[in-house]
Design a protein around this ligand. Structure first.
Ligand code: ADP
Ligand code: MG
Length: 621
């Protein structure tokens, strides 16, 4: 018998290796931006088409490459960053494996243009499936521009495995944010399908956090600073009162490289002990600096997990430095709309008599008089008992003001309650809110009067919150309105989604679907939640499953919460939808009937307030 073992051709070997390094557009984005950072760029632009599936282009003003290097960089194990094994223990660059470009070139069409400062002309190279198609001189500015087209064009199995554009885009944004946080000194931009998602000027860390996550972060951050022999810690942590129900912004960087580390995460979480409401998570942006030879970054191909030599000591130092920062800063929350989710470190004033909360019973209360209506949410079950009580209470707060009195045509409240619970906080904050005055800004925000100024409600976040609580209640009470279909639809899924569908079937039915298993990976849809009456059921169910899977892998949410959240996100009113006055009032009403009105299920603020004082200040001479 002849020998049968042979070496794989480079193209095949690279394609196999690519599976490890490039799983999705986001992995390519990470590798390319990191290369630009390693090249000493001060400006890095990222352009995407269709979530990176069609195009990922990174343009930098770094040191560029010579004509030969431009060809060499696509070879496997070709790197300028290390030369000998010992270098592995003193890594100061992001890349060092020399695998990324070889992997990308094996599974995409790549166009590279690059020029060094010392060269008069640049070089341009086109490569497809590892084969160089052309290389020629070109005129281009100093730096490198690399365009990756049609990722996985020659690996259809992988291409089909990619998720929907929003999911892939969100993975890309995650990677982009991680590099952008680690390098506030570099100017970054991200443009997707012609729209600028981020434009981040050169700045410091605090400003970078704010430009990435929103202006309201500025007041939420507490600096952390600690220097020891073992580790130097710097960065910011979020004030406890802004902690989120879901894991929000939590970033560790070791030697400026984003990492995940459950053990260190625990150190942070435990420093907040007793400062946080149960099951809420603080934000943090923490940078650890350790001697490069005390860590092993080689442990994982995508390099987000690392091993420390001195893990226990680092844990202790991290925990105590966070405790110190929390203690040093005055963290007593001011009375504001966020207070609901906050803790107060001070007790009540000594001279105040403490009263037990009151439950007032209103014999006049008639639930059928509920006047708040809101088209899309009304179609579901009526609000929960507590919500209804709050809603009534909310109405009461408007007393003396002109309140819309249109009759609801479709009140689906089935039990009556004679209880009215007054929430003293809202009584203070929102009395004299003039509900008749609402205004929509840019199709995204709802502006409404309050006694002390005005509030701005984010329509999408608010509606997600409303639906989320509604769906959670549907899931616990096992009933929701359903719209029967005249002609039942059959929908088919792949094997993995079928098993997920089987798991979720009872819950989906609780949410207003009327689904039945039909064998062979298919299901019959007899009815749908009224909110989702348009378009086809397959699209709805697929999108909900997609959201669900994303939450499952990223947030490890429990099934019920995850499903309610996925459905709420999917079926909410989106930013950009023009709303009628009635609809806006409906949102405000229902938002304040929520148990947690201040944040979307994902933890985004639903509203923000502006006081008259703030306004007066702005109009001072
Ligand atoms: P690694 O980053 O691990 O070295 P890559 O495959 O990502 O491996 O890149 C190979 C080499 O190509 C790098 O070592 C670097 O010399 C060069 N290179 C890649 N991208 C750029 C860039 N944007 N600017 C300058 N040189 C680059
Ligand atoms: Mg690299």
């Amino acid at each position: 018998m002849t020998d049968i073992i042979h070496l794989l051709p480079d193209a095949v070997a690279n394609q196999i290796a690519a599976g490890e390094v490039i799983q999705r557009p986001a992995s390519a984005v990470k590798e390319l931006i990191e290369n630009s950072v390693d090249a000493g760029s001060t400006t890095i632009k990222l352009l995407l088409k269709d979530a990176g599936k069609v195009l990922i282009q990174v343009i930098d003003n770094g040191k560029g490459m010579s004509e030969t290097d431009a060809r060499m960089c696509f070879e496997r194990h070709a790197t300028s960053k290390i030369t000998k094994a010992e270098d592995l223990f003193a890594i100061t660059t992001k890349g060092f494996r020399g695998e990324a470009l070889a992997s990308i070139a094996a599974i995409a069409q790549v166009e590279l243009k690059t020029r060094r400062e010392e060269d008069e002309v640049g070089t341009q190279i086109t490569i497809e499936g590892c084969v160089v198609q052309a290389q020629e001189a070109c005129s281009t500015s100093i730096g490198t521009s690399i365009a990756i087209k049609n990722l996985f064009y020659n690996v259809p199995a992988r291409r089909n495995f990619l998720k929907s554009n929003p999911v892939e885009t969100s993975h890309i944004i995650d990677e982009f944010q991680r590099v952008a946080l680690a390098h506030p000194e570099i100017e970054f931009s991200l443009n997707h399908n012609g729209a600028d998602l981020f434009i981040l000027p050169k700045s410091n860390l605090r400003q970078r956090i704010v430009s990435l996550f929103g202006n309201n972060y500025n007041q939420r951050l507490v600096p952390v600073e600690e220097k020891t022999f073992i580790v130097k810690i710097s960065g910011f942590i979020g004030k406890p009162e802004f902690a989120k129900k879901t894991r929000g912004e939590q970033f560790f960087f070791v030697n400026n490289r984003f990492i995940r580390n459950a053990y260190l995460h625990h150190a942070v979480q435990s420093a907040y002990e007793q400062l946080l409401p149960r099951e809420s998570h603080p934000s943090y942006f923490l940078f650890l600096e350790v001697a490069p030879n005390s860590i092993d970054i080689n442990i994982h191909p995508t390099k987000t997990e690392i091993k420390f030599e001195d893990e226990k000591a680092i844990y202790a130092i991290l925990r105590s430095s966070i405790k110190k920062s929390l203690g040093q800063h005055n963290l007593t929350p001011t009375i504001d709309f966020e207070q609901e989710a906050s803790i107060s470190l001070d007790g009540p004033p000594k001279d105040r008599i403490i009263e037990a909360p009151k439950i007032r019973v209103n014999p006049e209360y008639n639930p059928f008089k509920t006047q708040t209506t809101f088209e899309s949410t009304r179609a579901f079950n009526g609000p929960s008992l507590l919500q209804r009580a709050n809603l009534q209470n909310w109405e009461k707060l408007y007393e003396g003001h002109q309140v819309s009195t249109e009759k609801s045509q479709e009140v689906s409240i089935e039990t009556s309650s004679k209880q009215e619970i007054i929430n003293p906080k809202w009584e203070n904050d929102f009395s004299e809110v003039s509900k008749s005055l609402t205004y929509q800004l840019h199709g995204r925000y709802i502006l409404s009067h309050i006694k002390t100024g005005f509030i701005i409600v984010d329509q999408q976040s608010a509606h997600e919150r409303i639906l989320f609580e509604k769906f959670l209640s549907n899931l616990t009470n096992h009933k929701a309105g359903s719209q029967q279909l005249l002609f039942p639809e059959t929908v088919e899924f792949n094997a993995a989604d079928t098993s997920l569908m089987m798991l979720l079937l009872p819950s989906l039915n609780d949410l207003g679907f009327a689904l039945e298993e039909f064998g062979k990976n298919s299901f019959v849809v007899h009815g749908k939640p009224p909110l989702l009456s348009d378009a086809d059921s397959k699209k709805h169910l697929e999108s909900i499953l997609e959201e669900f899977k994303k939450n499952q892998s990223e947030l490890k949410l429990q099934t019920t919460e995850n499903l309610a959240r996925s459905m709420a996100y999917y079926s909410s009113i989106k930013s950009g939808k023009i709303l009628s006055n009635e609809e806006m009032k409906g949102i405000i009403d229902e938002l304040f009937a929520c148990e947690q009105p201040y944040a979307s299920p994902a933890g985004k603020p639903t509203l923000t307030t502006f006081s008259l004082e703030d306004l007066e200040k702005r109009f001072k001479k």
